[in-house]
Design a protein around this ligand. Structure first.
Ligand SMILES: [Mg+2]
Length: 220
């Protein structure tokens, strides 16, 4: 049977943090703000967890910007996906997985249009078999249903030998475990606290996770 792996997208296969930094630099330049405001924008973004309406409400107040929140949000959603690069080694790695017979799915929380644009701009679309985006499905990780949908889109089911790879302990590791998957956590240099859900493996980035998957398979 062909093995199945599901990947988170942001900060797992694509460098969302770098994409946001690039967007923030452009934003500062457009509104004639000092580039040293970038760290404040990054902090307010909360690694993408702050709803964009809340984020831009704070931004308008801080910088005295008159443009309405809705149009700032629209500009952001249109521009940011194009600025997010794939993580180093990931595109090659996905091709190597596929050449070895893996089915590859994406399971991501976020708005449908933004995530779809991110998947296409990052070069992922043509390298995976299927995807499930929370904004399109009406269900978010860690709910099992989103993992199931991603597997179905790959022509597969959630079987005990399948894998979930991601950088969020709450969404990817807990969700993956509860869906019966083996999990790989991308730590991005963060410690694993004792009360966190336990991943099967911890690696530093997406390319290392792919190497690990290939190695695990070949050992069997
Ligand atoms: Mg992520």
């Amino acid at each position: 049977m062909r093995p199945l792996v599901l990947f988170d997208v942001d900060n797992t296969l694509v460098d969302r943090a770098e994409g946001f930094r690039r967007w923030a630099l452009e934003f500062c330049s457009r509104w004639r703000l000092d580039a040293d405001q970038v760290p404040w924008l990054e902090e307010a973004d909360g690694d993408g967890l702050t709803p964009k309406e809340v984020f831009f409400d704070r931004v308008r107040k801080r910088f005295g910007i008159q443009e309405p929140v809705a149009s700032l949000c629209d500009e952001y959603r249109t521009r940011k996906p194009a600025l997010i690069p794939p993580c180093p080694g990931v595109l090659d790695g996905l091709e190597r997985l596929r050449a070895r017979g893996w089915r590859i799915g994406l399971v991501t929380n976020g708005e449908a249009d933004v995530q779809l644009a991110t998947i296409i701009a990052g070069g992922l679309a043509e390298r995976v078999d299927g995807s499930a985006i929370s904004g399109a499905e009406g269900v978010r990780k860690p709910a099992r249903r989103l993992f199931e949908l991603a597997a179905e889109r790959c022509g597969a089911a959630l079987t005990p030998g399948a894998w979930m790879v991601g950088d969020s302990l709450a969404a990817d590791v807990r969700g993956g475990r509860e869906a019966g998957l083996r999990t790989i956590w991308i730590d991005r240099g963060r410690p694993l606290s004792p009360d966190a859900p336990r991943p099967d493996f911890v690696v530093s980035d997406g390319a290392a996770a792919i190497e690990l998957l290939i190695g695990e398979r070949e050992r069997r």
